[in-house]
Design a protein around this ligand. Structure first.
Ligand code: SF4
Length: 892
């Protein structure tokens, strides 16, 4: 007996609706929900494969405990794990006070989970020390909205995409990070070729495939660009003076700064043409303009100012609270917005209330039935890790996130966790880079195993229904927190059982909705029943509101500030922290790739998603490559003041000279030498406390390896776990994941391996399993290769020495799972058969497994439009995420 349940994609903040067909035990199929207003049935390459992340080999099934980081974990029951952790928390609180403990949570939690974490820390433990990984991605946007509008209220909606006359896409690559939204932008451009699209980004990303104007500005120079655009609008008399006068405050105070930033001056600072700045300003002011932005603005030491400089443009042209225009920050994580609603940041209170406002504190305290909630801000993400390192915070609970990969200066984050007396990690996966530093592990239910809500970028709340039973003895995060809270109360001699007496996720949601009554995000009219009957709804949704009543905020131009006006913010241009110099002459920026998400604990387990980009590569301009003697695909050592990363070069004119780019997804477990955040500084924005991930000063040089190697493993056959790869200590490892059906690991060692080391590697790989093996060894040329076959099919290859590119076809053989048959004698030999010629190249279309070489051949044979190319190769006919890359090939 099968049934269909509604869910929502748990990757990005687009928030696409999903339907899951289940037999009660397993997910049988996954499809886009055609009724969901966000995606109307479409899903991107990541969303389409989401069900493969549910029951991976590293799904974490029962609580575990150890007394020290050196000791092995031992499985325990829930009572033991909870009592042990609660006792330790209680001891620390009693001895050092409530600020000596902290929670570090995640924008991937459901709103209900977030709500109880926040309630326990702020209402009952008595500290504001709860921060979230959303601090690392959108706290500057929160600050921008709060300073401009008096509240964290994104005013726009997705329907504005079709109604706008101009897009300004600033420091964002939605083609990769928000693909379904990007599909909608592409369709809008196709339907209305007059739609002007401006992209500001130091790199020419796939988002530029729809751009009319690409401003490849230098990192960190967004403020002068926006100021100069406003100067042009002022000069050309394009401002909405009525709007400025009636609905805003602070315009005159910023005029001096604006008028002094001439387009020419800005062009010099930004490294772009004066004429392009003027053109962008005119397009913005003469059309209904919708601005999209993400990390390029937010992840910066002047992130809040960049946000406000952009919002200033909208206020000056009266483009807020109206159809087809407005500032629209795209949230990175699926429920970053839900976390903001419940106040899951160290400097916010629940339901958009402020910790420094005594009335707000009283409202929250009364609602929770406590005397007060703390009036001093808690520690934000980087402050929390510094406090752990200094020893002022002694215990931390990390929920549903992987800071050892995602925090800036990741080695410092490791050192901080090593210093802690207690690290509790609740997660659906283990091991991760972070669980290695834990004393206690709580198994959390995964997506599809739990019920709750998620709010997307346009403030739309979707109800996720539970599809399958929970794995092992895992529990929903909200349930783990409530059980822990009761236990902690007991240890502290208090009875908190009534305050955490929820029976279902719905009980938590109802309480959260009640607390929003009377504030800007009022959702007192919502319940699971309403969401199920009328579908996902945007906030606010007050008692008595009709479904789909509110699309946009501030349509009456009344704002949440004390004077009810929107505020211009006068900002100064502050150059990037850690400017380049003679020793570190190159600027490094980091970002995302199309088919991976965050630290790869989920997307890294899906083989289809490893095909597009299988390892971290360094994007570098040809001029810089020539200057530093770096060849395409050759290894490069990238050094900053904090650490070193080694990655193959990808030479491209799509990046400015003087700038290099590394993807941020890989950690030590997936690429031993490829963790980008080892290089990143901990400098933060003074207002939002968001770190600078978009610039670090680095130096680059060719990495001279004694030999190169590649390992391929079919993860379903060969039991080589992630832990073992991490423990694989000789040489430098590049890996593209380890646990999925086909994994590749590129090795580069500083010395030739000894026979004993080969043996150790092979033993780790075989682990008592018996396979047919083939070997090829040529000591003179440093070649030592071995292949493992199971029933005629390749399950693993160790490839050391000679031309590494010759080994790539083996990966395809493995992916296809075909009997190697007559190819057997040629598998490991140099040269090899003609058949090993790679006819696919890099996989561009993950849905239909179409490679770059196949597309190039089709173009050469006359498929000179996207439609012809789709028709002849089937590429781009699945989720469409590869269409920008196909366009790029066509334009070449
Ligand atoms: Fe998921 Fe892709 Fe939709 Fe984002 S755009 S929510 S990753 S399906």
């Amino acid at each position: 007996m099968t049934r269909t349940v509604n869910s929502v994609c748990s990757y990005c903040g687009t928030g696409c609706g999903i339907r899951l067909e289940t037999d009660g035990q397993r997910i049988i199929s996954l499809s886009g929900n055609e009724q969901h207003p966000t995606n109307q049935g479409k899903l991107c390459s990541k969303g389409r494969e989401l069900h493969h992340t549910v029951r991976t080999k590293d799904r974490f099934l029962r609580p575990q405990l150890r007394t020290s980081l050196q000791a092995p974990f031992a499985p325990v029951d829930w009572d033991t794990a909870l009592h042990h952790s609660a006792q330790k928390f209680a001891d620390i609180i009693q001895q050092h006070g409530p600020d000596a403990v902290a929670f570090y949570v995640s924008g991937q939690l459901l709103t209900e989970d977030y709500y109880v974490f926040n309630k326990l820390m702020k209402g009952f433990i008595g500290s504001n020390n709860i921060d979230t990984n959303s601090r690392l991605c959108m706290s500057s946007a929160v600050m921008g909205y709060k300073r401009a509008f008096g509240a964290d209220g994104p005013p726009t909606c997705y329907d504005d995409i079709e109604k706008a006359g101009c897009y300004l896409i600033a420091g964002a690559n939605p083609a990769y990070a928000h693909p379904i939204l990007f599909r909608r932008m592409e369709a809008a451009k196709e339907a209305n070729p007059d739609l002007k699209i401006i992209v500001t980004d130091p790199r020419r990303t796939d988002t530029c495939s729809i751009a009319d104007l690409h401003l490849a500005l230098k990192p960190g120079t967004d403020v002068p660009l926006f100021q100069a655009m406003l100067n042009v609008m002022l000069w050309e008399d394009l401002l909405d003076n009525n709007y400025i006068e009636q609905h805003t405050q602070g315009f005159d105070a910023m005029l001096e700064n604006i008028q002094s930033m001439t387009p020419r001056k800005a062009a010099d600072i930004c490294g772009i043409d004066t004429a392009d700045i003027v053109k962008a300003a005119l397009w913005f002011a003469e059309n209904k303009t919708l601005s999209f932005w993400t990390m390029g603005l937010n992840q910066s030491t002047s992130g809040s100012d960049k946000n406000n400089a952009l919002i200033n443009l909208h206020l000056a042209t009266g483009q807020v609270g109206k159809e087809g225009c407005g500032p629209f920050s795209l949230t990175g994580q699926p429920n970053a917005m839900g976390g903001r609603e419940v106040g899951g940041l160290a400097n916010m209170l629940a339901a958009h209330r402020d910790y420094h406002n005594p009335e707000h504190r009283k409202e929250v305290a009364d609602y929770w039935g406590v005397d007060d909630v703390p009036c001093k801000p808690g520690l934000t993400a980087t402050e929390l890790f510094s406090a752990l390192e200094e020893g002022t915070v002694k215990a931390v609970w990390i929920a549903c996130t992987n800071p050892i990969v995602s925090m800036p200066d990741a080695k410092r984050a490791e050192a901080a966790l090593k210093k802690a007396e207690l690290v509790v990690v609740s997660d659906a996966y283990h091991p991760t880079d972070t669980t290695k530093f834990a004393h206690v592990l709580f198994p959390a239910s995964g997506w599809a195993e739990k019920e709750g809500t998620i709010t997307n970028t346009e403030r739309r709340i979707t109800h996720l229904q539970q599809a399958i039973p929970k794995a092992g003895v895992s529990k929903d995060d909200w349930k783990i927190v409530t059980d822990f809270a009761v236990c902690l109360g007991e240890k502290l001699g208090k009875d908190w059982s009534q305050a955490f007496a929820y029976k279902t996720a719905g009980d938590v949601f109802d309480e959260h909705c009640g607390l929003t009554k009377g504030v800007d995000i009022d959702i007192s009219g919502l319940s699971y029943a309403v969401l199920d009957e009328y579908g996902a709804q945007q906030w606010p949704f007050k008692k008595g509101d009709k479904p789909n009543q509110v699309k946009r905020l501030y349509t009456d131009h009344v704002y949440e500030t004390a004077d009810k006006k929107a505020h211009f913010v006068d900002v100064d241009y502050i150059p990037v922290a850690e400017p380049t110099d003679d020793e570190y002459p190159i600027s490094l920026t980091t970002g995302r790739i199309r088919d991976q998400w965050h630290t790869m604990t989920k997307s890294g387990a899906v083989p289809q998603l490893m095909q597009h980009v299988s390892m971290p590569t360094l994007q570098i301009h040809p001029d810089d490559a020539a200057e530093y003697g770096i060849e395409d695909e050759a290894l490069v050592a990238i050094d900053s003041r904090r650490g070193r990363v080694i990655a193959p070069a990808q030479i491209s004119k799509d990046i400015r000279s003087g700038l290099v780019f590394l993807p941020m997804h890989w950690g030590k477990m997936t690429a031993q030498a490829g963790r980008a955040n080892d290089l990143i500084q901990t400098a933060i924005d003074p207002h939002s406390k968001e770190p600078e991930f978009k610039h670090a000063a680095v130096k680059i040089q060719p990495f001279k390896a004694a030999w190169h190697g590649m390992m391929l493993m079919a993860g379903d056959k060969v039991k080589l776990g992630r832990e073992m790869i991490a423990g694989y200590s000789y040489g430098v490892l590049f890996c593209a994941g380890t646990d999925h059906p086909v994994t590749s690991i590129d090795l580069a060692c500083t010395k030739t391996l000894k026979d004993t080391q080969y043996k150790r590697l092979d033993q780790m790989l075989e682990q008592g399993q018996s396979f047919e093996t083939l070997t090829y060894s040529d000591r003179k040329h440093g070649i030592n290769r071995k292949a493992w076959l199971d029933d005629g099919r390749l399950v693993a290859v160790r490839w050391v020495g000679g031309d590494i590119s010759e080994a790539k076809w083996l990966r395809k053989l493995m992916l296809e799972g075909r009997d190697v048959g007559e190819l057997r004698p040629y598998l490991l030999a140099p040269g090899g058969p003609v058949d090993k010629q790679d006819t696919k190249g890099k996989i561009i279309c993950a849905c239909n497994n179409v490679g770059e070489l196949e597309l190039q051949a089709a173009i050469e044979a006359g498929s000179n439009t996207i439609e012809k190319l789709k028709g002849c190769t089937m590429a781009g006919t699945g989720c469409g995420s590869c269409v920008p890359e196909m366009k790029r090939l066509l334009s070449k």
